[in-house]
Design a protein. Structure first.
Length: 633
């Protein structure tokens, strides 16, 4: 696909620019050079000039509106130096000069100033024209301000460059299958119309950011071999009322002329927010007018006369106006979700085509270690691995480069310059080992791959890296309880070993509380409250950590019951973590001391440690009397 470029400015415009610059330079020279290079005359205050006149020192004077030049007598009474002063409004000055015998006259009018006068008449209009041209250029298009209502869509047409096809898109097989029908209709519309079938006018691509919605739209145009108009929703809206609707009209007019074609509107929610939820603020209804015009245009063009298909993308479908989603407009929604294991592996193969890989690289292993990554995340991961390989002086990207790149993306950059005291480093070591030991026993938790006390990211003083062994889509109640206990393993280790806790568990507590609240309010995993949903999360929201914990209005008794159940789940996980760490106290000390010495434990050494973890005794947990470790103060 190649982008149409505007033609080069005509030669006449270049000549006018040169003439404007030359005339401006001549005006500057005529105004400033005479004053800068003329002989400088000594200046005196006006009061000094009056005193000289009264003392009969002034021989003659030339009185002008802006300046008075006068010549004084020397000691012998002969003509001497010439001085200048700035006059003030003084009607008695002529009488004073005459009474003291001063020869005076008015300054003659300047001669040969026709060129300066001419430039004074020419330059201001030229400056106005220049400012106007700047405004026209900002208006967009070749027609300047007259084109401010013209569409700013970028037009892609099939050219000599490699076009984007479905082979360049992976991990969204279901979405591609839905869009193949659009391609077939654009290629052979008669096969559908002879049966009375009508292709959808609008197709809405819905999915989280970075999953390839824009890439899919370009692939549809590349497969069909038709022009592709691409524009963002925010480009329709301007400060001036009516500009957005004018651009919508112009966009569809251009599309009809190049039918069959595809119009792609990215970030549709920028102009398509629901009008019933207060999405429009103030007295400027520019966005609403733009939306109304879009609705009208989608109803207006006739599919039998023109083949124009509108593709749009958004990651906020819940905010769109219902009028956009009714049949006849965007009546088909295609979900472009995050890829599964097979999809991530296919995406990695696509992005790794231009990267030199070592023989030890297994992209399937990389795909297994990156659950939840979107296509853009995987592209960034491959590039990050290549950058790390170049930094380490490798001739090819190795598996270790990919492993380090995954850690950089998940946990952030290493902060070895962040120096921790011995006391803080010891607390962090026990904290991270607590996570690892509890995670090795509890069901439903991911495999512990690495423990590190090297600071990473903005606030992580250490981290325990857990990676899944298989693709999981469902979790049962016991597995969720195991995750809560694992999250509280670090805090429990601090409590057990040092007898007090630190602020390092703040994020763990937040995640554990959120998970427990989802179990109670969203998943119906409370025997007290029963199988009821108490959250009011809107369908279609794509959040990184699952559902949003926004409760619907409940009674005070129900709210107290929810809080009690959430607290019970978290406290139970806390007691489970304490029981595991108490049962493996000697191992906790051993692994923590090893971590303090090596800073990182991974691979076979970590595996051997975790194989020694014993499950806790099923009897009651005794929390009193924690074993205190000696911590340097």
């Amino acid at each position: 696909m190649a982008v149409k470029k505007d033609p080069q400015p005509p030669r006449t415009r270049q000549i006018l620019n040169i003439v404007f610059i030359v005339l401006s330079g001549l005006l500057v020279l005529s105004l400033f050079l005479p004053s800068n290079f003329s002989t400088q005359i000594p200046r005196e205050p006006y009061s000094m000039f009056i005193h000289r006149v009264q003392d009969h020192e002034v021989l003659r004077a030339s009185v002008g509106q802006d300046e008075i030049r006068y010549q004084v007598r020397d000691d012998q009474g002969n003509p001497g130096e010439v001085y200048a002063t700035t006059p003030i409004f003084d009607l008695q000055l002529p009488n004073l000069l005459e009474e003291n015998g001063v020869e005076f006259a008015a300054v003659p009018p300047p001669k040969n100033q026709w060129f300066t006068n001419l430039l004074g008449w020419i330059i201001p209009p030229l400056i106005f024209v220049a400012v106007w041209r700047l405004f026209l250029a900002r208006g967009g298009g070749t027609q300047g301000a007259l084109s401010i209502g013209k569409s700013r869509a970028r037009v892609y047409v099939e050219g000599e460059t490699a076009k984007i096809t479905f082979d360049d898109v992976a991990g969204v097989d279901e979405a591609k299958a839905e869009l193949v029908e659009i391609v077939d209709f654009l290629k052979t519309p008669g096969r559908f119309t002879q049966l009375g079938a009508r292709i959808p006018k609008g197709v809405l691509l819905v999915g989280p950011p970075g999953t390839g919605k824009t890439l899919l739209a370009k692939a549809v145009a590349g497969e069909a071999g038709v022009p592709f108009f691409s524009i963002s929703g925010s480009e329709f809206v301007e400060m001036f009322v009516g500009v957005g609707s004018s651009r919508v009209r112009d966009l569809f007019e251009q599309a009809k002329k190049q039918s069959p074609c595809i119009i792609f509107i990215d970030e549709l929610d920028a102009i398509g927010k629901s009008r019933s939820t207060g999405g429009f603020y103030g007295g400027n209804d520019e966005r609403e007018q733009t939306l109304n015009q879009l609705l009208t245009e989608m109803d207006g063009f006739n599919a039998s006369e023109t083949t124009v298909i509108v593709l749009a993308a958004t990651n906020r479908p819940e905010s769109l106006d219902p009028a956009l989603l009714r049949p006849g407009r965007f009546d088909r929604q295609v979900l472009v979700d995050r890829p599964d294991l097979r999809g991530r592996e296919a995406i990695l193969h696509i992005h790794a085509q231009g990267v030199r890989l070592a023989e030890d690289v297994e992209l399937r292993t990389v795909a297994m270690r990156t659950p939840g990554f979107a296509g853009a995340d995987l592209a960034n991961l491959v590039n990050e691995a290549a950058l790390l390989a170049a930094r380490h002086g490798h001739t090819a990207v190795t598996q270790s480069d990919f492993d380090e790149a995954i850690e950089r993306v998940i946990a952030g950059l290493e902060k070895k310059s962040r120096a921790l005291s011995d006391r803080e480093k010891r607390i962090v070591a026990y904290h991270e080992v607590g996570h690892a030991l509890v995670g090795a026993v509890m069901p439903g938790t991911d495999r512990v791959e690495k423990i590190s006390i090297v600071p990473r990211g903005m606030a992580a003083l250490g981290y325990t890296l857990q990676l899944p062994t298989e693709e999981r889509f469902l979790r049962d109640e016991m597995e969720l309880r195991g995750q809560i206990a694992t999250l509280l393993g670090g805090r429990s280790a601090e409590e057990l070993v040092f007898g007090r806790v630190t602020t390092g568990a703040a994020n763990d507590l937040k995640r554990a509380t959120d998970l427990a609240e989802q179990m109670v309010t969203s998943f119906g995993m409370s025997k007290v409250l029963g199988p009821l949903a108490y959250d009011r999360s809107q369908r279609g929201q794509f959040l990184e950590d699952g559902l949003a914990n926004v409760r619907r209005a409940v009674s005070n008794e129900t709210a107290k019951a929810i809080d009690a159940e959430v607290k019970g789940l978290v406290e139970q996980g806390h007691q489970q973590a304490l029981a595991i760490l108490q049962a493996n106290h000697a191992l906790l000390e051993t692994v923590a001391e090893t971590l303090l010495a090596d800073e990182v434990i991974e691979g076979e050494a970590l595996k051997q440690f975790l194989q020694r973890v014993q499950p806790p005794d099923t009897t009651a947990v005794t929390v009193a009397g924690p074993a205190m470790a000696q911590v340097p103060q």
